[in-house]
Design a protein around this ligand. Structure first.
Ligand code: ATP
Ligand code: MG
Ligand code: MG
Ligand code: MG
Length: 571
């Protein structure tokens, strides 16, 4: 590939609304371009990486016995009404009408459609098992689209759906998919962890998420470093508390009921006036003059608390007061305002409406004084605050549920999710096959998703430096860039560079030659930003001795290598 014929568009600065490093770098490297909130153009450079991820997924899915098909993005509402998800899915489901006023949805997943295909096509046990997948555009009207491709509204997912005769078969398929996922994320060159997971709106019994380890991740993973116990914190609720935390945590039971009035109910309880300024607050409780706990109060909806005064709160010790800044920093690892990530997760007690399904519904707000002083209207003018770190009230050092040692906590980005569904959808849509005994049976199903476009962001969160992206080779838009220096002046350089390019291309290497005529500084900065793993630089002086410079993106400096041997080094 010649750079002069490819579209390269790099930028020095990221747009002001880009909020994390992967998003900034993808925008700056010209991989994506924003069209609307959570909706991106995949530019030529970005699409190359997407295609590489898709190719690896296809290879491993096919090798694991799955078959590719392609289901429509637009699906009729009737199927969703049949499964019950038309009512249950909520506002994330994009509903549209055609010119005849008929209801449709833009698919967030395809359980209904695939089950509909299965009930028509799969009649006999002899046709089972089947595992069908597609790589297709999804739409979820996320409440807070952010982090670029990591939480988009339109994104690409690989979703697979399996049909088995019985539970035993379905669990075998589940295990085969689990193993395929280990290979996929391994081949992509990512550091990841499989964790037991909640089944969310998809439903079902058994489920694991594949989480790319990164501080920017929205999920918290609870694991035992000594054993193979690992769970998403959403599922790890039943963990016992460590001895030192058990006492104060048991004292706390303040249940807020959902719906209107819950905040005023609380305000009554706390004897506080209401306003619309604060979403949450942090206060400390004391007994006999000693700090007994830091409490995080989270509210959402229209009613919010305005003012909190020191006073006595039943069940909280002698008294409560706003936590001091030092106490907050100590507990959360960041200041009130929470404009940075919460780095340390220390014991904090959460009072929240637990009936809200999604953790991202909760935000950590700030001490009101900060915003009255600054005149900022919390919730409107401020950047997105950090999600609550430990809604489940679990911290590193708590006893592990497997009884062996204590848990550790790390952040992860969910890039894959496998579910054993059982007969949830086959029963809802009455999808059956005739078993050996001649009787109709409901299919035993599983479903298996991978966030194709999210994977790009996740990989960059894990692999970048001050200069830009450092792609794992498997995901890089190009594997090698050939950079001739002074090619306009030296025919020898031109000729050697193109010959090397052709040789590498012929050997199946994904190579690009930078023939744009840019100065070396500009050229190098571009490729470092884009994150191409290998660079070969050719100049007149080196060539006279038959030498070129070779540098991996992670290397501090280039190494001199004989031109004759470069193909062997790269290949
Ligand atoms: P999350 O918890 O991050 O909202 P999810 O659990 O809702 O994800 P699934 O229904 O399990 O997502 O979908 C399968 C995969 O699709 C996820 O593991 C993730 O990689 C990807 N995915 C889900 N939502 C998005 C999104 N808004 N943007 C990009 N990828 C997404
Ligand atoms: Mg979701
Ligand atoms: Mg999830
Ligand atoms: Mg999931």
């Amino acid at each position: 590939m010649k750079a002069s014929q490819f579209f390269i568009s790099t930028q020095k600065e990221a747009p002001a609304d880009a909020d994390i490093i992967s998003q900034k770098l993808m925008l700056r490297a010209g991989m994506i371009k924003k069209l609307a909130a959570g909706i991106y153009n995949y530019m030529p450079m970005g699409l190359r990486s997407i295609r590489k991820v898709e190719a690896i997924i296809r290879e491993e899915m096919n090798a694991a016995g799955a078959t590719e098909l392609l289901m429509p993005v637009i699906q009729p509402a009737e199927l969703w009404q049949e499964s019950g998800r038309w009512d249950k899915y909520g506002p994330e489901l994009m509903r549209i009408k055609d010119r005849h006023d008929r209801d449709f949805i833009v698919q967030p997943t395809s359980e209904e459609v695939i089950t509909d295909i299965a009930r028509q096509e799969l009649r006999s046990y002899r046709q089972l098992p089947q595992n069908w997948y597609h790589i297709q555009t999804k739409f979820r009207d996320e409440r807070r689209p952010r982090f670029g491709v990591m939480r988009g509204r339109e994104f690409t997912m690989k979703d697979a759906y399996s049909f088995d005769r019985n539970t035993e078969g379905a669990l075998k398929t589940y295990d085969a998919m689990f193993a395929a996922y280990l290979r996929i994320f391994g081949r992509l060159g990512l550091q990841f962890r499989a964790v037991a997971a909640d089944t969310g709106s998809i439903g079902g019994d058994r489920s694991h998420e594949f989480q790319v380890i990164a501080d920017a991740g929205e999920d918290l993973l609870v694991y035992n470093p000594e054993t193979d116990y690992a769970a998403n914190i959403e599922l790890a609720e039943a963990l016992p508390l460590s001895a030192e935390r058990a006492a104060p945590a048991e004292e706390l039971t303040l249940t807020l009921t959902p719906g209107t009035g819950r905040c005023s109910e609380l305000a009554d309880y706390l004897k506080l006036p209401l306003s619309r300024t604060i979403k949450s607050l942090i206060f400390a409780t004391e007994a006999e003059g000693k700090l007994t706990g830091i409490w995080l109060l989270m509210l959402r909806g229209d009613h919010e608390l305005n003012e909190i005064k020191a006073g006595k709160l039943p069940g909280f010790g002698d008294g409560f007061r706003m936590a001091t800044e030092a106490e907050i920093i100590d507990h959360f690892g960041c200041k009130p305002g929470f404009l940075g990530p919460i780095k340390t997760v220390k014991p904090v007690h959460v009072i929240a409406d637990r009936t809200v399904a999604n953790m991202s519904d909760f935000v950590v707000g700030a001490n009101q004084e900060d915003y009255h002083y600054t005149g900022v209207n919390w919730g409107r003018d401020l950047p997105e605050p950090e999600l609550v770190a430990d809604l489940r009230n679990i911290v590193a050092g708590d006893p592990a549920p497997d009884g062996k040692g204590v848990v550790a906590i790390q952040r992860g980005i969910e890039v894959g999710h496998v579910f054993y569904l059982g007969t949830k959808y086959s029963k809802a849509l009455d999808a059956t096959f005739l078993d050996e005994d001649g009787k109709p049976k409901h299919f035993e199903m599983g479903c298996y998703g991978i966030g194709v476009t999210r994977l790009l962001g996740a990989a960059i969160e894990q692999n970048h430096d001050a200069k830009g992206i450092v792609w794992p080779t498997a995901m890089a838009p190009f594997e090698v860039v050939v950079c001739p220096i002074g090619a306009d002046r030296s025919e020898a350089v031109r000729e050697a560079a193109f010959r090397l390019h052709d040789e590498l291309a012929a050997a199946g290497i994904d190579v690009i030659i930078d023939d744009r005529g840019e100065r070396p500084g500009v050229m190098f900065a571009d490729w470092e930003l884009i994150g191409v793993p290998y660079r070969v630089t050719l100049g007149d002086r080196g060539l006279k001795e038959g030498m070129v410079e070779f540098q991996h993106r992670r290397d501090e400096a280039a190494t001199k290598v004989a031109l004759a041997g470069i193909a062997a080094t790269v290949i």
